[in-house]
Design a protein around this ligand. Structure first.
Ligand code: TMP
Length: 220
């Protein structure tokens, strides 16, 4: 696969969506094909699972199994084919969100999540299930919009009716943020941390600059 796979992460209220759209536009302007997608979701089946995950009460393991089920369908139907066509895949959240939300926020077993990650993202099919991380389909880059949970909570309080996650207390998001930090510490070369506690135009400046440094965008 020759395409480029970039995921975007952050706690609810980090303000990543407008920047993902702007980046998609900037990459398209430079002549590349962009597949803009999201998790949970991105296929008809995964979008149905998303509605359940975001709204139905369930325990952490059920949540984890459903997000990975949605991810499996999304990888097979959308992400892998787009990468095979050499496209740039921009995905609003991916597996780091599962480690952050279900692992960090809900306190679900990190090792079990690693096993599920190994099954769902194995590149070489069932024979390699549960083997080394090297065989996994992972984003090439992950942009983490890092913002203090109290700031994000204030932003969310002005927003639409909150879903199951958005209505969690600040200390839940402290744990989610720790989950992201733990993932970044394990794979620092994949992560780009953006200070999202700034005015949107400054956040965008940092995103654009990071994308130029990594060769995703040409310098303007
Ligand atoms: P969004 O509103 O940014 O699209 O995110 C959907 C929500 O789903 C968000 O609160 C984070 C949560 N989520 C998980 O709990 N686990 C996951 O694996 C993913 C991808 C999202």
């Amino acid at each position: 696969m020759n395409g480029l796979f970039i995921s975007f992460e952050g706690i609810d209220g980090a303000g990543k969506s407008t920047h993902i759209d702007a980046l998609a536009q900037a990459i398209k302007t430079q002549g590349k094909v962009v597949a803009l997608t999201r998790e949970p979701g991105g296929t008809p089946l995964a979008e149905q699972l998303r509605a359940l995950i975001l709204n139905a009460p369930m325990d952490a393991m059920t949540e984890a199994l459903l997000v990975f089920a949605a991810r499996r369908d999304h990888l097979q139907q959308v992400i892998a084919p787009a990468l095979a066509r050499d496209e740039v895949v921009l995905c609003d959240r991916f597996t780091d969100a599962t480690f952050a939300y279900q692992g960090g926020g809900r306190g679900f077993d990190w090792d079990v999540l690693s096993v599920l990650e190994g099954w769902v993202q194995a590149q070489a099919g069932p024979a390699s299930f549960g083997t080394t991380a090297a065989g996994l389909l992972q984003p090439h880059l992950t942009v983490w919009f890092d913002v203090p949970p109290a700031v994000a909570a204030k932003r969310l309080s002005n927003a639409r009716l909150p879903d199951k996650f958005e209505s969690q207390p600040v200390d839940f998001f402290e744990k989610v943020a720790h989950g992201y930090a733990r993932r970044m510490a394990a794979e620092p070369e994949r992560f780009i941390r953006i200070d999202a506690n700034q005015a949107p135009e400054l956040v965008w400046k940092d995103v654009a600059q990071a994308m130029q440094t990594r060769g995703v965008l040409l310098p303007c």
